[in-house]
Design a protein around this ligand. Structure first.
Ligand SMILES: NC(=O)c1ccc[n+]([C@@H]2O[C@H](COP(=O)([O-])OP(=O)(O)OC[C@H]3O[C@@H](n4cnc5c(N)ncnc54)[C@H](OP(=O)(O)O)[C@@H]3O)[C@@H](O)[C@H]2O)c1
Length: 338
């Protein structure tokens, strides 16, 4: 089968940034599904991992953590899927990635693909939806049936992949008042279109802007950008007994002390936790993706792909990584077909 990997960290304009290789097709065992990959999407974790892997002269490292495709074979312990099923998923950080024609994934982190979507549009969804969903509903403990209707959520980094799903989940399911940050007219428009009630600019003073929109004390803050940079302003803004969730590793120690007086809490969300640690509740990611499919098919949630590159090859992967590294993409970039 064809696979696309890296042998060492190279910039995206280097002709060998990614290499295309032929590798043996893997065999499904246990609860694994062998997926014929039809489309993948790229996430910041892809370029972060590209920068971290040890150089090799042997088999290249295969990256990629979002895919949509068809179940080709199943392991002997699989109970939820059959060959021919269309599925979407974000794989495990501990296993080879999805940038290959066939890919193994544990059925407990796979969902049935939305019936109304093609492979490319479906591939944009899993990783960002899992992250936004777990952050809002598991870590911040927001009620997803609307019992916290009207409470205020500030999302820092609204127009990116995760923000695009977080705005929708917070608005359309939880019925919160959503303030999203965006620094450009086109990213602000995108956040508004997805349901954000207010837009503030993360390149300007957030405290003053929240006062201007008469929402100075958010009950929840979801930070989708540099945690250490935003931690002081988040600590200052958060409501008494409020909750903050971050998804980006801190580049320096965080001072939690300012949260004590307000009994405010800080939470991490890492969407690979369940698969990496094989937690007993890892099947929640299957359930969550199944529910996402239903919500997409009912039109409650809107797909977030904004660019589809064809085919899946080394040049297009390098192009997509380069755009993501610049930190200004809106929604999601997808690669489809071989
Ligand atoms: N822990 C986890 O499980 C997990 C999962 C997914 C992602 N992440 C991490 O979360 C971060 C966001 O992921 P993503 O997929 O949403 O990224 P993304 O799609 O690359 O985000 C792009 C957006 O970031 C915004 N942005 C750029 N600079 C910013 C700043 N200084 N402050 C606030 N927003 C800024 C831009 O908005 P403007 O153009 O309006 O400036 C742009 O629309 C990444 O670091 C990623 O690695 C973690």
């Amino acid at each position: 089968m064809k696979a696309i990997g890296i042998r060492r960290h190279l910039p995206t304009d280097h002709p060998s940034c990614f290499v295309e290789v032929e590798t043996p097709r893997p065999v499904a065992e246990g609860r694994d599904l062998l997926i014929e990959v039809k489309a993948v999407s790229v996430n910041p974790v892809d370029y972060k991992m590209r920068g971290r892997v040890a150089p090799t002269d042997g088999a290249p490292h295969i990256l990629g953590y979002d895919a949509a495709g068809i179940v080709s074979r199943i392991g002997p312990e699989v109970t939820m899927f059959r060959p021919g099923d269309k599925v979407f998923y974000a794989g495990s950080i501990k296993r080879p990635g999805t940038n290959s024609q066939f890919h193994l994934v544990d059925e407990r982190i796979v969902g049935p693909m939305p019936k109304s979507l093609d492979f490319a549009t479906a591939a944009a969804l899993p990783l960002t939806t899992l992250t936004a969903w777990e952050a809002l509903f598991d870590r911040l403990d927001i009620d997803r049936t609307g019992k916290h209707d009207g409470r205020v959520l500030l999302i820092i980094g609204g127009a990116g992949g995760v923000g695009s799903m977080a705005i929708q989940l917070a608005k359309k399911l939880a019925r919160l008042c959503v303030i999203a940050t965006a620094s450009r007219p086109q990213s602000a428009d995108w956040c508004r279109k997805l349901g954000a009630d207010h837009i503030v600019d993360h390149s300007k003073d957030l405290t003053a802007q929240l006062k201007d929109i008469a929402q100075p004390v958010p009950d929840y803050i979801l930070c989708l950008s540099d945690t250490a940079t935003y931690f002081p302003v988040m600590s200052s803004l958060i409501a008494p007994q409020g909750r903050i969730c971050a998804v980006v590793s801190a580049t320096k120690p965080l001072d939690l002390q300012p949260l004590m007086d307000k009994s405010a809490s800080f939470h991490w969300e890492y969407m690979f936790t369940r698969s990496a640690h094989q937690t007993p509740d890892m099947i929640e990611q299957h359930r969550l993706l199944r529910e996402t499919s239903v919500l997409i098919d009912k039109g409650v949630l809107t797909p977030t792909d904004t660019e589809i590159l064809r085919p899946i090859n080394a040049a297009n992967l390098a192009h997509a990584h380069g755009k993501l590294e610049a930190g200004r993409t809106i929604g999601k970039i997808v690669l489809a077909d071989w």
